[in-house]
Design a protein around this ligand. Structure first.
Ligand code: CO8
Length: 259
């Protein structure tokens, strides 16, 4: 598929990199961009050589939200019956390989929600997060009211959703929204470092770790612990468990085969 609103490349043939590329609109997320993003994510997920995916934007904006110019024209029938804006936002949830968001500049509204749908966020020191939908007479529509409180707690999430204020990178790290903050010129180096590291691990173990951490948000503690235990046990059926433990015992680097 030829892409117009995203750029796609790989690093060392094992990391898939998707760059949102609508610079004139600060990467505002419209249906075409989200369709392209969904297709690119699915293609990397299906590519056996790819062990991790990085999603990023420009230095000025990860994404400044859903496309307000497009949305301004829509009525209830367009968004509800025809599923405009919302139709392709769930693809990223179906991706089984890790997706890291590398966020510089604005991550607002749907941009903040898209970053939160990734498995973790590495932020540049110029990053700004916010859910400003309240200023437009609406509310977040892609998980902002649900993922933000889980990430940063009720009080800060309410503050963000009700005032529409922005949170800078330092506050985002302090609040647990992002895992690391790095200087802007080190953002891709740091993110690719993490992505390459993950790509060298067993894809089976990596997928299991992702699935299990995500389960923590969907289940009781005892159900989550049982899910973890069963997957932990299951990994003892893989060649990669034998390889990883043998490599440790024999003081050599593990060579995982994803089997
Ligand atoms: N949609 C469309 N165009 C945008 C958007 C956007 N979200 N954000 C910026 N642009 C455009 C501007 O219109 C402008 O275009 P032009 O040059 O043609 O006038 C261009 O990008 C540059 O923007 P600015 O001139 O405004 O740049 P500034 O540096 O002055 O300001 C800001 C940057 C602060 C980011 C500012 O652009 C802004 O406030 N943008 C809107 C942010 C916002 O409100 N985002 C939330 C949108 S609502 C939403 O995301 C709901 C999500 C629901 C998802 C549901 C799916 C399931």
């Amino acid at each position: 598929m030829a892409y117009e609103m995203i750029e796609v490349r790989t690093e060392a043939e094992k990391v898939g990199i998707i760059t949102l590329n609508r610079p004139k609109a600060l990467n505002a997320l419209n249906d075409q961009l989200m369709d392209e993003l969904g297709a690119a994510l699915r293609a990397f997920d299906a590519d056996e050589k790819i062990g991790c995916i990085v999603l990023t934007g420009s230095e000025k904006a990860f994404a400044a939200g859903a496309d307000i110019v497009a949305m301004a024209k829509y009525g209830f029938a367009d968004v509800y019956k025809n599923d405009y804006i919302t139709r392709n936002w769930e693809t990223i949830r179906q991706i089984r390989k890790p997706v890291i968001a590398a966020v510089a500049g604005y991550a607002l509204g749907g941009g903040c929600e898209l970053a939160m749908m990734c498995d973790f966020i590495i932020a540049a020191d110029n990053a700004k997060f916010g859910q400003p939908e309240i200023k437009l007479g609406v509310i977040p529509g892609a998980g902002g009211t649900q993922r933000l409180p889980r990430a940063i707690g009720k009080s800060k999430a309410m503050d963000m959703a009700l005032t529409g204020r922005m949170m800078d990178a330092a506050e985002a790290e302090r609040s647990g929204l992002v895992s690391r903050v790095v200087p802007l010129d080190k953002l891709m180096e740091e993110t690719l470092g993490a992505a390459l590291q993950i790509s060298d691990f067993s894809q089976i173990a990596v997928m299991a770790a992702k699935e299990t951490v995500n389960r923590a948000f969907e289940s009781s503690l005892s159900d989550g612990l049982m899910f973890e235990r069963r997957l932990f046990h299951g990994l003892f059926a893989t060649n990669d468990q034998k390889e990883g433990m043998d490599a440790f015992v024999n003081k050599r680097k593990a060579n995982f085969t994803n089997t």
